[in-house]
Design a protein around this ligand. Sequence first.
Ligand code: TRP
Length: 377
Amino acid sequence: MDRKGRVMHSDEIADLESTVDDASLRRSEKLSDELKAKIRDDASPFRMLTGDRPTGRLHLGHYFGSLKNRVELQQAGVDTWLVIADYQVITDRDAVGEIRDRVYGLVTDYLAIGIDPAKAVIFPHSQIPALNELVLPFLSIVTDSELRRNPTVKAELDASGNRPMSGLLLSYPVHQAADILFCKANVVPVGKDQLPHLEQARVIAQRFDKRYGRPKGLDRPIFPRPMGLLSEAPAVLGLDGQKMSKSRGNTIELGMTADETAKLLKRAVTDSERHITFEPERRPEVSNLVQLTALATDRDPYDVADDIGAGGAGVLKNTATEAINEMLSPMRARREEVENDPTIVEHVLRDGIKRANAQAEQTLQEVHEALDMVYLP
Ligand code: TRP
């Protein structure tokens, strides 16, 4: 548990422990780059699935780290599926909290950043029975020792204080494999802390085919092996120079007003050197404000720092505030529309749940056929 006695989320765990070794990270990066090139070439064969736990509002760290990338993939023509991982909330805590508000808030965030509900399928996995049922046959092809070895499961267990390992925490990579495989996604945009889970999903896809085979007439495996797409964006820090995370209270949430954003940035930590430079190692706080400005305006951080130079921290904060508020402004306008009409989110969920259920039932039928568990004509 962290200092506030709260358990941490996986996005906060990545900095506790490097979950993948360097060599396999480099391999994943190379594969991810090749995949990006293929998507740029022709996006039509690709379906992405990724998602979030509904544990709080999304912030700029999420936006630059993964959300922006999802919108770009969607715009490039990649079929977009977003899972709201509500069952994952109880892997590391006793209660789901204000889950309904969180789910509605998450969908609102998605729509505000530009996810197009006419194209994307957005669904909480608790509402998709056939997706969850895939966990049973999948559990038959994983061993408890490979689950215990999963570095992200280990890191989450460590981060949850003295809790015993629950069956759900131990098996959550299998459940996450079901999230990915039920819709036969072949692209999974993830942070590097999620790579062990993606590898587990790839192993399950392949083992299922080897062990149980295919329904009659299907000439390829039921499940394609999903590929990871790693985010290119540099990690963004919070306004205190520490990692940006909900539990540290140092975030700029996407749902904040322009005034709230300005106030927070005014209080951001800087240092005592007057001249503004971009030196992330030596001057993390100042460089982070430069980086945020650069990301928000699509500029090079060194140019941003040069332009401010002798202007000092005051000019830096004003420039950052302006840049971030300008980037967020169209998102705020969309958010307002969505918040003014609660039936919008309801429709998006209803439609997403319907489409996800249809897909999951079809996949489960194929699984039953492969297993010979079809008893009635
Ligand atoms: N475990 C992910 C997280 O905590 C969320 C998630 C659930 C996910 N299912 C997924 C991510 C499937 C990618 C693919 O951030």
